[in-house]
Design a protein around this ligand. Sequence first.
Ligand code: CAA
Length: 380
Amino acid sequence: MERSTRSARTETPAIEETGIASMGLHLPPLAMRVEDLATLRGEDPQKYLVGLECNEFSLCPPEFSIVDLAAEAARRALSRWDGELSDIGMIVVGTESAVDMSRPLSAFVAERLGLRGHVRSYEVKHACYGGTLALRQALEWRMSGAARGKAALVVAADVALYAPGDPGEPTQGAGAVAFVVDRPEVASIETISYPYSDPAFDFYRPVGDAYPTVDGKLSLECYRRAAVECFRALCAGEDPEKILQHFEALCFHVPFPKMVRKTVLRLGEAFGWGAERVNELFKDKVEPTMLWNKLSGNAYTASLWISVARALQGRRPGERIAAFSYGSGFGSELLSLVAGPLASEGAWAEDIEKDLAARGRIDAEAYQRLRGLPGLAPAG
Ligand code: CAA
């Protein structure tokens, strides 16, 4: 693909000159089937498989950290970009798996990459919405002219673990997605987006707590309300049916796949669609985007972007994707992406293929050990 030169550093890039230039994904080396967790917890496997629509979740071995996850995704995104490390003027990591209350995760990642110098480096926190905010800030930084033509490296990375026995345990997972924000070879993101927030204690992790405190039912309700408000704002009084026709795929934050199905049903109620129309929309434009999420489990900040990565793969230039981001607390935002010339190639899919081929599946006994719990009693 033909690219313009990088000489005009002091110019503010035009909007059409800013977007996702490259992407990298990473999943950790272990996984577990939800059926095995159900047996361990004395639950009917159908509750996890059908009730939550979960399949497998990623897990990190003891020696594998959030820094490994985030840095490898970043390295992969950089390897698909034709710039130099010295062309990066910002590194920002969205996460709720921070390893330090002061030192940002971006410093740990930058250290691994050898990224230093005239670079703005920081971490963004807003539960699962933090990755989206990091990406928006990078886009707006570039479009404002403050970047002076430099590119940004953005990472959304999380390890989602619940207390053993918590109802959220089958929805666990981990993963990272990284972007180089430069010219929109993979996708552009429209400047206008549709945020909605309302302070709530639906899911939170007080300082010092290892696991989140979750008001499950409230979290579901907040998520659905946020989605309706964001989509209403997008439609701005016009026929939602007509507006959504402009999108080839609708991506959502995926805490567990059934959450997304429930949300599409709620959108149907809000907009007066019949059951058949809702099912059709879900099957055509939503369900296919969750293929990788069903294998990663919830990856908090990365979850929406794993779905977007899947949806962008194979898209023709100009095709549109909607992306709904939700973070407990709560904040949300609906974005519109337009596929660029490198989307059809979808080079980042090889990251998922490679990680899935290499990862090991652990059984209930190994899972107990990994969580520091007593082993299972021998059979018989
Ligand atoms: N066969 C088939 N289905 C079964 C079943 C069986 N044997 N037993 C139960 N089910 C169904 C239930 O009917 C229910 O389905 P519906 O919701 O369609 O009625 C489903 O399985 C789940 O059952 P419960 O509601 O009883 O499940 P639970 O209360 O034990 O746990 C949960 C569900 C609250 C969502 C829990 O998984 C949780 O706390 N998750 C973490 C919080 C979360 O993900 N919230 C989402 C919004 S917040 C957010 O998005 C941020 C984030 O990433 C966390």
